[in-house]
Ligand binder design. Sequence first.
Ligand SMILES: Cc1ncc(COP(=O)(O)O)c(C=O)c1O
Length: 391
Amino acid sequence: MTYERISLKEAAYVMEVLQSQFSTSRGANMLNRLERAFAEKFGVGYAISFVNGTATLHASLAAAGVGPGDEVIVPPLTMASTSFAVLHAGALPVFADIDPETWTIDPASIRERITERTKAIVPVAIYGLSPDMDPIMEIAEEHGLFVLEDDAQCFLGKYKGRLVGTLGHAASFSFQSSKHMTSGEGGMVITDDPDLADRIRRFNSLGYAAVGRSQAKISKDVIQDPNYARHVEIGWNYRMAEVCAAVALGQLERLDLLVSLRKKAASYFAQAVEGCTWLTPQRVPEGYEHAYWTYVLRLDRDDITWHDFRAKYLEFGGEPFYGAWRLTYLEPAFQGKRFADYQWQEFGPGLCPVAEATQPRLIQLPTNYFSEEEMERQAEALARTIDYFGR
Ligand SMILES: Cc1ncc(COP(=O)(O)O)c(C=O)c1O
């Protein structure tokens, strides 16, 4: 059986938007429909849609009051947006190290990085695996910190029986084209905090007075009134387009299937890697459910390079795969930089030794396959590569 990444369902919703001529009075209300459905899916009070999953992070941090003079603790093994958003909010990213087996941010390292300026923590569910959120929330409570989950890569993952995205004070998702569900580009923030939701919405919508937690649009009677005091805050235009909302709504209604396919692909890889002593999968602790945005292995042999492994894998019919992004603070945009006069970390090698030892060894196998035959072919390529180098 072959499934579709984008189905007729998404196409039908897009047609609805086009037929509405983008006119609210003719029924252009996909944003509201998507947001209500998303909030319901996650069992939270509010969902606010965005142009992408970087704007979501920026808006959430700013809405939580993060700004100049503040520090925000982030992991370095993530996509750069996690830290860029902190800088966009005017604050300083402070990097905490990762756990050597799960590769998610290490709560003990977070604790060491807390200062009087710390205002927030952004734990990332890297590759689809939740960080250890209980101790992170304990630290946050002790120090009065805001916790924003960056779940761009984790849809319907679980942590001790709870849905990832409902563990912190707010959570950010990305609908960029490689993610579990996509609208080409797009993002969503969820939260149960009504005041925070209001502030996030205003930041997303040019600070309009008439938008709010569950209100993405403004009626004509209000917006056309010359006496309408429009802008109660300075905001950005980070709104999602209706056409994207239509695609995202179709994807959301198919999300269980889309996630289950990723997990199925991961289970094929897991079988192929069994008994191999030198490829170590990301550890999934008891009580966690991994969403497998990608299936990641650490190459633990020094006589095989990452490039050797990739070349052989491709030769055996494997799809091209990514290595892990460079650690954010080792990117040229960060290295040796000073972003604030109160910056106390030097952005260079040595800052997070576990992450530095791990990142160059990671193999990120794609899981976005839509037939079991393709999954089997990829797992077979992995098994043959392992056998070639000697299990
Ligand atoms: C962990 C993480 N955070 C944030 C983002 C940013 O999302 P977007 O590309 O939608 O801006 C991404 C992915 O692209 C990501 O993987």
